[in-house]
Design a protein around this ligand. Structure first.
Ligand code: G4P
Length: 534
């Protein structure tokens, strides 16, 4: 192997790329901030997101995010820690989220799930988790806020197992919580780390470590907690799943950690265990094989397109995950779907607060490149001598629908252009009436906030006012075999509506979920799917 290849291999081995997911307020931002703090990417905690203050999160780009103080779009950040180069993919922290969130998970090799210890598994975690399950990606759980009153840890684990359908293996175990939070016991090093709150910018927690069989334990955590801990250890060693890394890697078993992000407790140990347990970038499937991340030739796929991050430039940025080899600024690549060779100009990466131009990047990294309007989500880029396609990113079923009209009929052109461009970025999906053209547009979104984003962006970027009329449908199905059934003659239910997408593929909308089954019963030849073809 040449020296250059060797260097590339070393760089790729250092990469860890994960998405961080949680229900709003569980502590995702706080945990991310502490990671960046340990990595030296930021100096003071509290700079990632000023929360209720007027400051804005690192990942807040769009105006609407600033106005509402929420993170609508997902973003990526990179930092170094202990010889690793870590890419964190952030997912929107608002309860309304979009397909962007789902797609971001497609660019990650593993996921960190943050759970509020007083609340347990919440609605949004379930939805996101299903995507992780679909992709078989490893999930690491951080149960947060143990410095406050929390639920019984056994109950929390049972809930994760039951609701999410994954087994758990606690790596550490809490001793008390809230005012009587004594610390955690590491089941593998068999040590107790005592809890000391270190707020704000403190880098290291002033905690003490004791072997569980040391004579001092009684005096440190108290007799009662010591006895409870002995019982817990016995129970856990006897009854919980073993930490089988093979099962972790296929997303069957989640290592669980307890801690408190706000007080810096358990964060660094979590990061250290996590980095040891996760793998360097994984191979990616193409339509006819797999691509090894360590092969020298560059390849990447686009998982997100974002418009107008910088209003002054009206730019569009295509975010891509590098899947193999090394990227060098200005390199010529083959844009497979576009059928053209292109030069990737001004590649950017996010490093804590700043966007910077990258000169080189490696498999596992996320880069954003200027998009003159040629990229679509799921597109493959590869070395100019090659031509293959990564497997497509599925279109997720929208759950909210609305009919959209422009107020001023003279602005028809801008309106059509606007909704089409926003749909291309993947923020919304657009449909038409089954028997007519673009005169009526039906918009489908995964999270209702996207309706607001659409209205806002049409007004600000395309100068078009629109009226949205919400529709009662909640379930959408693609007709999988339109060649075999006459869609116009499907025996429907009273709550069924026929529509088509922009490629004229027929779809059905339903108000009630049971109608889906009824329509399938009435039309035996009909095949329906929840996911659109990418
Ligand atoms: P999110 O990104 O998942 O939405 O959550 P975020 O980190 O913004 O945290 C939500 C709230 O929970 C914040 O309080 C934060 O300080 C608090 N929090 C996070 N981790 C912990 C923890 O380990 N223990 C405790 N006790 N609280 C925690 P806030 O009042 O909304 O914001 P702020 O006024 O504190 O900035």
């Amino acid at each position: 192997m040449s020296q250059i290849d060797n260097q590339m291999t070393e760089e790729i081995k250092k990469r860890r790329t994960f998405a961080i997911i949680s229900h709003p307020d569980a502590g995702k931002t706080t945990l991310t901030e502490k990671f960046l703090l340990y990595g030296g990417a930021i100096n003071l905690a509290g700079t990632v997101k000023g929360r209720k203050a007027a400051k804005h999160a690192v990942s807040d780009w769009m105006e609407i995010e600033k106005e509402r103080g929420i993170s609508v779009t997902s973003s990526a950040m990179q930092f170094n820690y202990d010889g690793f180069c870590i890419n964190i993919l952030d997912t929107p922290g608002h309860q309304d989220f979009s397909e962007d969130t789902y797609r971001t998970l497609m660019a990650a090799d593993s996921a960190v799930m943050v759970i509020d210890g007083s609340k347990g598994v919440e609605a949004q975690t379930i939805k996101l988790f299903k995507v992780c399950v679909m992709r078989h990606i490893p999930i690491f759980t951080f149960i947060n806020k143990f410095d406050r009153e929390a639920r019984d840890p056994y109950e929390l684990l049972d809930e994760i197992e039951e609701v999410l359908g994954i087994r758990t293996c606690p790596v550490n175990w809490p001793i008390g919580c809230g005012k009587s939070f004594k610390g955690v016991y590491d089941r593998f090093s068999k040590k107790i780390t005592t809890f000391t709150a270190a707020m704000g910018g403190a880098r290291e927690v002033d905690s003490q470590e004791f072997a569980v069989d040391s004579a001092d334990v009684d005096s440190i955590i108290g007799q009662d907690y010591h006895q409870q801990l002995r019982d817990d250890i016995e129970l856990l060693d006897g009854a919980s799943d073993e930490l089988d890394m093979e099962r972790v890697r296929i997303g069957d078993l989640s290592p669980v950690f307890f801690g408190s992000a706000l007080t810096n407790f358990g964060v660094e140990t979590f990061l250290e265990h996590f980095l040891k347990m996760t793998t360097p970038p994984l191979s990616r499937k193409t339509l006819d094989g797999v691509i090894d991340p360590f092969r020298p030739d560059f390849s990447a796929f686009v998982f997100k397109i974002q418009a107008n991050m910088n209003k002054a430039h009206r730019d569009r940025i295509a975010f891509m995950r590098i899947c193999s080899g090394k990227f060098e600024a200005g390199m010529e690549v083959n844009h497979v779907q576009g059928g053209k060779k292109i030069r990737l100009t001004q590649p950017q990466q996010l490093m804590a607060q700043d966007r910077k131009i990258v000169e080189e990047a490696y498999a596992g990294d996320i880069i954003g490149v200027f998009d003159p309007g040629i990229f679509a989500i799921g597109d493959t880029l590869c070395a100019s001598s090659e031509k293959f396609q990564f497997e497509g990113i599925p279109t997720f079923a929208p759950e909210h629908f609305a009919r959209v009209r422009q107020v001023d009929t003279m602005k028809r052109k801008q309106f059509i252009k606007g909704v089409n461009q926003i749909a291309q970025e993947g923020a919304i999906q657009i449909f038409q009436e089954f028997n007519s053209g673009m005169e009526e547009i039906i918009v489908g979104v995964v999270g209702v906030l996207q309706f607001e984003v659409l209205t806002y962006r049409l007004r600000n970027e395309y100068n078009v006012e629109v009226i949205l009329e919400k529709l009662p449908f909640e379930h959408i199905r693609w007709v999988e075999n339109p060649g075999e059934v006459d869609v116009a003659r499907i025996q429907g239910t009273s709550d069924m509506k026929r529509i088509k997408d922009l490629k004229d593929n027929p779809l059905l909308l339903f108000i009630n979920s049971w109608s889906v089954g009824m329509v399938l019963d009435r039309n035996p030849a009909l095949k329906l799917s929840e996911f659109g073809r990418a």
